[in-house]
Design a protein around this ligand. Structure first.
Ligand SMILES: CC(C)(COP(=O)(O)OP(=O)(O)OC[C@H]1O[C@@H](n2cnc3c(N)ncnc32)[C@H](O)[C@@H]1OP(=O)(O)O)[C@@H](O)C(=O)NCCC(=O)NCCS
Length: 189
């Protein structure tokens, strides 16, 4: 199915802007993705390197170009400081998307993940023909589940032992249940 490149609007909410990553962001992405909670609850590589940060730049460019996803940084509108990342992949076969996020430790608790995910999901629903958005959060990750709840995703089930809870690359690492959250058009708050 041929899909057009994605044209990004300016995604801004007050002090928060979602924008493409660039080479000068590599040190910040490297630092923030080395955070223990990001390592534990996301699938970023472990240990995280600056080359991994460059791969994030390539991922963003490739997905935008082939129309299958949007992987942006959350940045401070005034200073352009990198605060976190919000991204999602789109499956055009069933018009669905899966979103995810991380926020640097110093910027947590300011609504960055909630507001950033709202901006991205609204863009998916309103501009990219997405009809269902899913989000997976470890049961052991209350902050991430709070983000889903706040945006009024519906808890649709719990996948048993679905997530590696710990750094990637360790097949015998601890595992945990994951909440599956889903959202349809008209439900986002
Ligand atoms: C999950 C994460 C992205 C949240 O980012 P954030 O910008 O701080 O999120 P927000 O400020 O938008 O919202 C956080 C919510 O979690 C709640 N929260 C935070 N810690 C909590 C805890 N220990 N127990 C219960 N709720 C908690 C906050 O109260 C807030 O909810 P509220 O707005 O209803 O009060 C951030 O903690 C993070 O990056 N963690 C590590 C990586 C990660 O877990 N990514 C998600 C993988 S699914």
């Amino acid at each position: 199915m041929p899909v057009a490149p994605i044209v990004l609007p300016d995604l801004v909410d007050d002090d928060l802007r979602l924008r493409p990553p660039r080479e000068s962001d590599v040190p910040a992405i490297f630092r923030l993705c080395s955070d223990p909670d990001v390592q534990r609850f996301t699938r970023v590589p472990s240990p995280y390197t600056e080359d991994d940060a460059r791969s994030f730049l390539s991922l963003h460019a490739a997905r935008i170009e082939d129309g299958t996803g949007v992987h942006l940084l959350a940045a401070d509108t005034a200073t352009d400081e990198v605060l976190g990342a919000i991204g999602g992949d789109i499956d055009h076969r069933d018009y669905s998307a899966e979103v995810g996020y991380w926020v640097g430790a110093e910027a947590r608790g300011r609504g960055i993940a909630t507001r950033g995910t709202r901006l991205l999901v609204r863009f998916f629903l309103e501009e990219l023909d997405v009809r269902y958005v899913m989000l997976h959060a470890a049961v052991a990750n209350p902050a991430s589940n709070a983000v889903a709840r706040r945006l009024r995703f519906t808890h649709e089930g719990t996948s048993r032992d679905a997530m590696l809870l710990g750094p990637t690359g360790d097949v015998s690492g601890p595992r945990g249940d994951a909440n599956l959250w889903g959202l349809r058009p008209g439900e986002l708050t």
